[in-house]
Design a protein around this ligand. Structure first.
Ligand code: 6PG
Length: 248
């Protein structure tokens, strides 16, 4: 889509650096605009490399971390110390290294099971200030892309993609393990101010190309559309392989 920004970097290492810089700039701008900022993280290898980069970044002192809230776009129903926990991975890579107050860490208690976690997480998110579009305002949101075009824990053809009356949905039988998860809904994403979609590697070239062409059978396409419909900005941050430009 023409109004989206597109940034293509050489490889995953450059992508981690570019994403870290984007987070710093976006969080600083959001805190300046609103006094606080909610950053919705995503699980996955690409963003986790960026979290690690950010934890060691010389510019991170520019962000008022005590004004930042952290949430997670989706979570797997495992204990937080399980290596599969999205939150656990983000904590080890970043959250244990920045001074976000514990009261501002909005973690879905996925170890309680998908339904209980979805209910508790939705209640916590509902406390946030509202966006102009209605749902809670999410100043900075990161999304990864699956090779099948999923994002969050919203998988192609699954009923959770269509859920419009809640901020958070319980997911069972996910095609990517573990099967039980909780996920923000597309309706929740309409509260996004700044979306960064991150993708690296040749396996992402096809879903990214289809999403950017507007293929609505892919949840990531619908997620980006929901952000745009709510008035948020969209940036695609890709390495050359994910942009479909081959290895060179
Ligand atoms: C999950 C993730 C998932 C992820 C994509 C991309 O819990 O499985 O949140 O939605 O973001 O699958 O992951 P990679 O960056 O590892 O390819």
């Amino acid at each position: 889509m023409t109004q989206d920004r597109l940034e293509v970097v050489a490889d995953p290492a450059e992508l981690a650096e570019a994403a870290a810089r984007a987070a710093l700039a976006d969080l600083e701008a959001a805190v300046e605009a609103h006094g606080t900022a909610t950053w919705v993280l995503t699980g996955g290898t690409t963003p986790t490399a960026a979290y690690r980069r950010l934890a060691g970044h010389d510019l991170r002192a520019g962000v008022e971390w005590d004004r930042v809230r952290v949430a997670m776009g989706d979570e797997r129903c495992v204990p937080v110390d399980d290596p599969e926990s999205n939150w656990g991975q983000a904590a080890a890579a970043l959250l244990d290294h920045v001074p976000v107050p514990p009261s501002r860490l909005l973690r879905a208690p996925a170890e309680l099971g998908a339904e209980a976690a979805a209910e508790a997480y939705a209640a916590a998110l509902a406390e946030l200030p509202a966006s102009p579009a209605g749902p809670p305002r999410l100043e900075v949101v990161w999304l990864g892309v699956g090779e099948d075009g999923h994002c969050l824990s919203l998988f192609p053809g699954r009923p959770e993609v269509e859920v419009a009356d809640r901020l958070v949905v319980a997911v069972h039988d996910a095609p990517k393990p573990p099967p039980d998860r909780v996920s923000l809904t597309l309706a929740a994403l309409a509260g996004t101010e700044r979306l960064l979609v991150l993708a690296a590697g040749p396996g992402k070239a096809e879903p990214v190309q289809r999403a950017r062409a507007g293929d609505e059978s892919l949840p990531v396409t619908r997620a980006v559309a929901s952000v745009r419909a709510g008035g948020g900005s969209v940036t695609w941050l890709l390495d050359r392989a994910a942009a479909g430009a081959g290895a060179g």
